[in-house]
Design a protein. Structure first.
Length: 486
């Protein structure tokens, strides 16, 4: 656009055609003239079109405004049942915790919230975010043409913040096609359509800023980062490429971070949407191992060049143990696909069909060995494959997870000792004692807690009526000791 404006200015001035010809000789023609929208769209290139008009007009009808209503005690629109942790307002992750955990004190009122979604088929299935519809007693869908429908939840997946709702269409519905997020490139132009702050059908444009972002929202973080404006109310709306196909589901923002928004890759969502449509729930594969990424030193030690994930532990009786995998093995491939990071392995195992065998190629003492493993079903208290961040929850109403390198950076931790509190249920023993999301539990009754397994062991020792002393590091505040009574 900017280059095109310069060209038009030159033509209106006194410089003349000769200057244009000279510039044409010095620079590529593409830098002087903006590629027409039709060309950019057809080619799927990263070049900005002259305008996004036809792209917006073609896709906006399938984007819907979602209004929800919840009766009873509530905190804030689009919230989970967890409290907000001690994250300062100027902290870049304040908005994340505020979205999922925070809000004012509970009070009796009729809670309303706004969000976005998009229609994926003629039967009336609509994709949105879980936090948009979670706990809603009533859901209303409003289309661009003004039609209104009551909707019902067909299935939710809190782990990825995805939900599928359905309306009963009165006639033909506009739909959006799902694209391929794996082929997205940083710098590629995208369009976000949604209802920010309840403003119906707002269109914003931007580029793909990064891929594979981990922001600490859940075990399957793999976000697309974009600078297309995303605001409250955009949640659940589509991120569209220049071919008019959905490549992401707009989900999260960072307070104070202008030009930083996050979307769930559509390729991650496809399998989840299919399961929600067929079964109303998501089942994930469970391998039963603890894993970590290979550092440069570990790669050198094990003789691995580029790929591989180290098994740090193998849980007795679980699929990996039954198949013969051992701690110290390095997983190189799953079903022939290379594995480079622990998060990639987590996703691949989670997406694998439960009950079917997967072929795992592992390196053990310099030799490659193949293992055929029948995956079991991941339970709610398990983390897809061990993945470095298992979450657990007990009678105290405290949900904890292992501290990953990403969360250590987010909370400016010099080491990864302890477990991170990721949620506290309202009115639970944990809440009453004063534990909040963001706390890092280091010790229980003077016993070190280095990971979730150690946490479970120590918390399990507490008998009914007994009191435990929990030694906590509270970021930006220091250490505190909290009494927990079972």
């Amino acid at each position: 656009m900017e280059a095109g404006n310069r060209v038009r200015w030159f033509l209106k001035g006194k410089i003349g055609v000769s200057v244009i010809l000279l510039l044409a000789g010095l620079f590529a023609v593409s830098t002087l003239y903006t590629v027409p929208e039709s060309q950019a769209t057809a080619a799927g290139s990263g070049v900005a079109p002259e305008s996004f008009t036809s792209l917006a007009e073609r896709n906006s009808p399938a984007v819907v405004n979602i209004q929800t209503e919840k009766n009873g005690r509530g905190r804030y629109p689009m919230m989970s049942p967890f409290h907000r942790g001690p994250v300062p307002k100027d902290d870049p992750f304040h908005d994340f915790f505020d979205k999922f955990f925070g809000g004012p004190a509970p009070r009796e009122h009729k809670q309303r919230s706004l969000g976005s979604g998009f229609i994926i088929d003629k039967d009336g299935f609509i994709v949105t975010n879980n936090h948009v519809v979670e706990g809603a007693d009533k859901i209303k869908v409003i289309m661009k043409d003004g039609r209104e429908f009551d909707a019902e939840v067909k299935g939710r997946d809190p782990n990825t913040d995805l939900a599928l709702i359905k309306i009963k269409p009165d006639n033909d519905l506009p739909v959006l096609d799902l694209g391929d997020s794996d082929v997205l490139k940083v710098g590629e132009w995208v369009l976000a359509i949604g209802n920010p702050f309840g403003l119906e059908h707002t269109v914003t444009s931007g580029i793909i800023s990064a891929k594979g972002r981990v922001i600490g929202s859940g075990p399957y973080d793999d976000f697309i980062q974009t600078d297309a404006s995303i605001n409250p109310g955009n949640s659940g709306g589509p991120l569209i490429n220049m071919e008019g196909k959905v490549v992401g589901i707009n989900t999260a923002i960072i307070a104070g971070g202008q030009g930083i928004g996050f979307a769930i890759p559509v390729n991650l969502a496809k399998g989840i949407i299919d399961q929600l449509k067929r079964k109303g729930e998501v089942t994930r594969g469970w391998l039963g191992v603890g894993i970590q990424d290979l550092t440069k030193e570990l790669k050198e030690y094990y003789g691995v060049k580029d790929e591989g994930v180290l098994l740090t532990q193998v849980f007795p009786g679980d699929p990996a143990d039954k198949a013969g995998l051992k701690a110290g093995d390095i997983i190189l491939k799953i079903n022939g696909h290379s594995v480079d990071t622990s998060r990639e392995l987590s996703r691949m195992i989670a997406e694998a069909p439960v009950g079917k065998k997967v072929e795992i190629l592992a390196l053990r003492k310099g030799n490659n060995q193949a293992f055929h493993i029948e995956l079991s079903k991941r339970k709610d208290t398990q983390y897809a494959d061990g993945g470095g961040s298992p979450e657990t929850e007990h009678d105290f109403g405290i949900a904890v997870a292992n501290i990953t390198p990403e969360t250590a950076r987010q909370f400016n931790l010099k080491d990864a000792e302890g477990v991170l509190v990721v949620g506290v249920e309202p009115n639970s023993q944990g809440e009453k004692a004063g534990i909040v999301p963001g706390d890092i539990i280091r010790e229980i009754n003077h016993e070190k807690v280095d990971d979730v397994n150690a946490y479970e062991k120590e918390i399990g020792k507490i008998k009914s009526g007994e009191t435990a002393f929990v030694y906590i590091l509270r970021p930006n505040r220091g250490f505190v000791v909290i009494k927990l009574t079972k």
